[in-house]
Design a protein around this ligand. Sequence first.
Ligand code: NAP
Length: 262
Amino acid sequence: MSIRVGVFGAEGRMGRTVCEAVHGDPELELVAAVDPHHAGLDLRPVTGVDADLRILPSAEALEGVPLDVVVDFTSAEAARANLRWCAAAGVHAVVGTTGLTDDDLAVLESSFTRSNCVVAPNFAIGAVLMMRLAELAAPWFSSVEIVEAHHEAKRDAPSGTALLTARRLAAASDEWDDDPTTNAVVEGARGGKGPGGIPIHALRLRGLVAHHQVLLGTTGQSLTIRHDSYDRSSFMPGVLLAVKAIADRPGLTVGLDAMLDL
Ligand code: NAP
């Protein structure tokens, strides 16, 4: 029997790609699409998905729709409300939306008791490996900075991937050189300070999709670990993997690594 999937943010950049990926997977069935400002529209011209579905206005409109898993690629504010509904309804949730805070994760941990939730700031396998490699490299270097670059419409900064990378670098080493800057001529020139005080620089440029670099330095050498998503299809294998595996992951899972046995 196929897994019945609903998509929040179905008309968004990621949501459209998710609808297509779900519809194209023989193990999954796209049964609902939610996007408040496009409610009532036929999903077909929006996504190219040949499924007879009208876009619903809200999570509440999913009441009565037979659903196993929802996928959320919206905004942090929308995701908070959507996930409240999923936890109460006992529907599994795969969340790609970024901008969720540690407090949000704590709320998800306590509220997903009847169903499961996977939150991954990056579903691209290369980005997951970038974070793992950065973590391995951390103890061997004395300075580190993260540069992320995204398309011009990204609302949150820095990216969830940059934040999670910083958190993992900080957990892997706390022996980083102090910032030598005593005179920042332009405020913010040294980036924002992420977990562990690790500098994160966020670029926004039309034409980009999602790009991350971890730059590590020590005496006489540096290491740059770089990942580029050139197309939103890069995230789909990870999303589909999470949709299929979530039923076996009780409670809250953060990051795709846990599902990849890295
Ligand atoms: P987007 O194009 O703005 O799409 C978001 C969509 O969600 C919009 O159509 C928006 O409608 C809709 N929406 C707003 N409130 C909603 C609600 N309550 N219920 C359902 N839909 C709602 O953004 P995007 O580029 O697709 O990115 C979405 C999120 O995914 C961002 O947080 C982004 O950082 C993240 N992302 C994650 C990954 C990953 O691998 N985890 C990869 C790429 C992007 P309106 O525009 O009308 O408000």
